[in-house]
Design a protein around this ligand. Structure first.
Ligand SMILES: CC(=O)SCCNC(=O)CCNC(=O)[C@H](O)C(C)(C)COP(=O)(O)OP(=O)(O)OC[C@H]1O[C@@H](n2cnc3c(N)ncnc32)[C@H](O)[C@@H]1OP(=O)(O)O
Ligand SMILES: CC(=O)C(=O)O
Length: 528
């Protein structure tokens, strides 16, 4: 069976996605990651489009890549000129890539409406652009834009455009589902017809407008396609492009068409996350294979079964793509979830111990009141340790008061908090101001506790989320506060629920400090 070549267009089609723009340095970093991942072709951009893309091709020449070829993208020449005079074609050659990819029109409707030239003239555009490029670069790929729509509308003309590309010497002809409207059963049928008339190796470029981009790409491989285009995380114009983070594991693990080594595949999740980070986007938790939830088990029935055998509810072993199995705790949990979490937290808990059932019932009751432990695993660990009586009592809060005052004509309100805490036999009484009541409370609590526990100084609050629970009581509603805190070594989530937003915040803050102190203590115990 032929080798499948992966062609990544994150740096070109990916940047056509709303909200995505990379700096030249980001593009170079991503190209290096893709090269290490084993991607065969990296489409770096359209040098005829903007100076940033020209700069990328200059910069990437200075980088020693292990194996990937760098491709530059552009279009067939404009009408009423020659390839040698066409600025876009000249810029492509000047970029000095390993491969040049140009797109041309397949669909008669597009030739008439978008280019406004004759069908014959379009065939000339395709032929002489590719033939000219072939004289200047070793490898030329032809992207047959709107191939599937064009084929459905006028199959004879669509095939003529591919024949023009083949005659001109294209090394690969890529059938594009540009509008993303083609369904998997149409893909196989059409490719089978094309393969009867075209000898050049074929590729696929599928958009995701019908949510079939990955499926269409895999079906295409089943029907003899050897070059698969796509992007990391499925970034791309409108609804995105075929997601290589799903295509690569499917080819490697399910279709026996390996396109990268097992070791490279294990880096898939880290590449996905780094690309999200460079795009300044929050990773999609539910993304297949690489998302945080891809192997996260919530239902008690599922957790019970995966503990007996992971394959009962996991389609692949998550480690193969660099991911991990996670167990969530919620009101859908059974004892298995509690026991799995206990093991994760290094807590000895027996399924027959009545405290296991107690913890489970407590969770269900608290979730019914509005708590949510999925994003607050630190609060859950503290709850478990308190139930078992193994939690050290680091401090108790004897009381707190928060004042928010805004006088007539004041530019901004004043927030001040006072707290009384007891540590061992000592009582500390402190006050602090803050940017708002929660910050004032946080400042006052830290001021009181830091003299006893200086390790709290390196703890930071990363995220603070408030959700009004739907009780229909307006400003008297119950609120849930989720806080994400962290230090140099870890991040953790805590939760509080109350009909008073300050009180809900207070509960989440206290759990955050307690968890930090617990972690510090455990680290010290391990060192001793
Ligand atoms: C299916 C795809 O995703 S293809 C990639 C799409 N990506 C992009 O468009 C991003 C980069 N594009 C750009 O920076 C700009 O559009 C440029 C520099 C390429 C062109 O800019 P402009 O010259 O101002 O043209 P504009 O963008 O308004 O219109 C597109 C032009 O390309 C022509 N064109 C479109 N497809 C083709 C083609 N396959 N072959 C030749 N010309 C084409 C159009 O006819 C139009 O030319 P005209 O105005 O002379 O009739
Ligand atoms: C070439 C390309 O990006 C497309 O047809 O969608």
């Amino acid at each position: 069976m032929s080798q499948i070549y992966l062609y990544d267009t994150t740096l070109r089609d990916g940047t056509q996605s709303e909200d995505i723009s990379f700096l030249v340095a980001d593009k170079v970093r991503i190209a290096q990651l893709l090269d290490e991942l084993g991607i065969h072709y990296i489409e770096g951009g359209w040098p005829g489009s903007n100076p940033k893309d020209i700069a990328f091709f200059k910069e990437i020449r200075k980088v020693e890549l292990k194996q990937a070829k760098i491709a530059a993208f552009g279009s067939t020449r404009r009408a009423r000129t020659t390839p040698a005079k066409d600025t876009n074609i000249r810029t492509l050659i000047q970029a000095e890539p390993d491969t040049i990819t140009i797109f041309g029109k397949t669909w008669d409707f597009h030739v008439r409406e978008a280019l406004r030239i004759s069908l014959e003239e379009n065939l000339e555009l395709i032929y002489d652009s590719l033939a000219y490029l072939k004289e200047h670069v070793d490898e030329v790929v032809y992207d047959a834009e709107h191939f599937f729509d064009g084929y459905k509308a006028n199959p004879e003309y669509a095939i003529k455009t591919l024949e023009a590309a083949e005659r001109a010497g294209a090394d690969c002809i890529v059938l594009c589902d540009t509008n993303g409207g083609t369904l998997p059963f149409e893909i196989g049928r059409i490719i089978d017809q094309v393969r009867k008339q075209i000898r050049t190796p074929l590729g696929i470029h599928a958009h995701n407008d019908s949510e079939c981009a990955v499926a269409n790409s895999l079906v295409a491989v089943e029907h003899g396609i050897v070059h698969v285009q796509g992007t990391i995380n499925g970034f791309g114009e409108r609804c995105g492009n075929a997601n290589l983070c799903s295509i690569a594991p499917a080819l490697n693990l399910k279709m026996d068409r390996p396109c990268m080594s097992e070791e490279q595949l294990r880096n898939l999740r880290i590449v996905s996350r780094t690309v999200y980070e460079l795009a300044n986007l929050v990773p999609n938790k539910h993304q297949p294979y690489v998302g945080n939830s891809a192997f996260a088990h919530k239902g008690g029935v599922h957790v019970s079964a995966i503990q007996r055998h992971p394959e009962t509810y996991e389609h692949i072993r998550p480690e193969k793509v660099g991911n991990i199995t996670r167990v969530l705790v919620s009101d859908l949990s059974g004892k298995s979830n509690i026991l799995a979490k206990a093991e994760e937290f290094n807590i000895n808990l027996d399924s027959k111990d009545p405290v296991t059932q107690e913890i489970l019932e407590n969770i269900k009751d608290l979730e019914n009141q509005g708590f949510q432990f999925e994003g607050a695993e630190a609060s859950f660990e503290l709850l478990m340790r308190r139930a078992l009586g193994t939690m050290r009592h680091f401090f108790s809060v004897l009381g707190f008061r928060v004042i928010d005052y805004r006088g007539h004509g004041d530019a901004r309100p004043l927030s001040e908090a006072t707290v009384r805490v007891k540590v061992g036999g000592r009582i500390e009484h402190t006050a602090a101001e803050g940017q708002g009541p929660v910050n004032a409370l946080d400042n006052a609590m830290r001021k009181a506790l830091e003299s006893f526990y200086p390790q709290l100084k390196d703890m930071r609050l990363f995220d603070y989320k408030v959700r009004v629970l739907p009780t229909g009581k307006g400003t008297a509603s119950v609120t849930r506060v989720l806080i994400e805190s962290g230090d140099r070594l870890a991040r953790w989530g805590t939760v509080g629920v109350s009909d008073n937003i300050i009180d809900a915040s207070y509960q989440a803050l206290v759990d955050a400090y307690q968890y930090k102190l617990l972690q510090h203590q455990e680290r010290q115990n391990r060192q001793d």
